[in-house]
Design a protein around this ligand. Structure first.
Ligand code: NDP
Length: 336
């Protein structure tokens, strides 16, 4: 069975490709350039000498017909996992061009190409986000978030880069759902809606001094010198990247969670708790890491039972393990 993974060099996607290869799938990944995928292809070839992995180049997912050549060249593809979407800040471009256009057009481009050139595809999974689920204002803390919750924000609410990212994810998921309703393609559509995704990079070669956007929050907390730093303001839920990867593969294999919004989370993400985890597990840095116990803990309520019960339950990796595994790998290269 051949699976197409878009944005296959990304933090989450590398874990998705890893799970697919471990389970014997043939994987075709897309990446912006050969320079981008070559180091990861080499790592995968070492890890899975018999693994079947190849790459196609898609320089910009938002450009017209961006994925047509990929689906045309690979009639063996029967599943598509669309993970590519911009998730870095400081892009120095107008918000619409940086976030909304690639997120929405990228999603529609891959859906259209699949319908047109790959009628054999049976299942399609889109990486959406808790950004598309979470309520805003006071409701963020009173509402019990489930797979049926929707963020009410629109592009008119966008006044910052983070808001532009959030609305790009809401808009891309809505565009995908509308495509399915209007075009009635022959494949199922499932989404994965994770909150802050934490955990180690699949390969050490992907560890840079600045980590991917979500893990960088943990590094920022470890490096805080001032309790008023931005990292103390984060209010979110968390989930481990290895669980997120699993929930990309599960809808291909289990009907029970197919064709639905798979909102998953392990716990709240409190900066004070993260600082305490770091101090406990990395005693060599206990004096350097700020004590943030007095920060307020505003709980975001959530219930993922409607996603995990159809699977007969699911044990999520704990926040502590995510933080420890991320920083063990990071500090080996960049000690504090
Ligand atoms: P990464 O930035 O590591 O991965 C994003 C991938 O998309 C990269 O491979 C990137 O390529 C590619 N990409 C982005 N824009 C374009 C473009 N215009 N053309 C071609 N390729 C593009 O982030 P994550 O792995 O964290 O995110 C993956 C997905 O998960 C995204 O859809 C994100 O919104 C979603 N998500 C992430 C969460 C998190 O906390 N990490 C939480 C919820 C959802 P390149 O690296 O070359 O730029």
């Amino acid at each position: 069975m051949s699976v197409l993974v878009t944005g296959a060099t990304g933090f989450i996607a590398l874990h998705v490709v890893d799970k697919l290869l471990a389970r014997g799938y043939t994987v075709i990944g897309t990446a912006r350039s050969e320079e981008r995928f070559a180091p990861f292809l080499a790592e995968f070839q070492k890890k899975y000498p018999d693994g079947k992995l190849s790459f196609e180049i898609v320089p910009d997912i938002g450009a017209d017909d961006a994925f047509d050549h990929v689906l045309q060249a690979h009639p063996e593809i029967t599943k598509v996992l669309h993970t590519a979407s911009p998730f870095s800040y400081g892009l120095n471009k107008p918000f619409e061009e940086a976030y909304l256009t690639p997120a929405v057009n990228g999603t529609l481009n891959i859906l259209k190409a699949t319908k047109k050139y790959a009628p054999q595809v049976t299942h399609f999974v889109v990486t959406s986000s808790f950004a598309a689920v979470k309520k805003v204002g006071d409701e963020l803390y009173t509402h019990v978030h489930t797979k049926d919750s929707w963020n009410p924000m629109t592009w008119d609410n966008v006044d910052s880069e983070t808001a532009a990212y959030v609305v790009s994810k809401i808009s891309a998921e809505k565009a995908a759902r509308k495509f399915l309703e209007d075009e009635k393609p022959g494949f199922s559509l499932s989404t994965v809606n994770p909150p802050l995704v934490l955990g180690p990079q699949l390969f050490d070669v992907a560890v840079n001094e600045t980590l991917n956007t979500s893990n960088q929050y943990i590094v920022d907390i470890a490096k805080l010198t001032d309790k008023n730093g931005t990292a103390t303001k984060i209010s979110s839920l968390a989930v481990d990247v290895r669980d997120v990867a699993e929930f990309h593969v599960l809808p291909l294999e289990k009907e029970a969670i197919r064709n639905q919004r798979n909102f998953i989370a392990s716990s709240n993400f409190y900066p004070g708790e993260v600082a305490a985890i770091i101090k406990k597990n990395f005693p060599q840095y206990a004096d350097k890491v700020l004590d943030l116990d007095d920060l307020p803990k505003k709980e975001i309520k959530f219930d993922v039972s409607s996603v995990v019960e159809p699977l007969g339950g699911y044990e999520f990796i704990s926040l502590e393990k995510s933080v420890v595994d991320t920083l063990t790998q990071y500090f080996a290269k960049y000690p504090l």
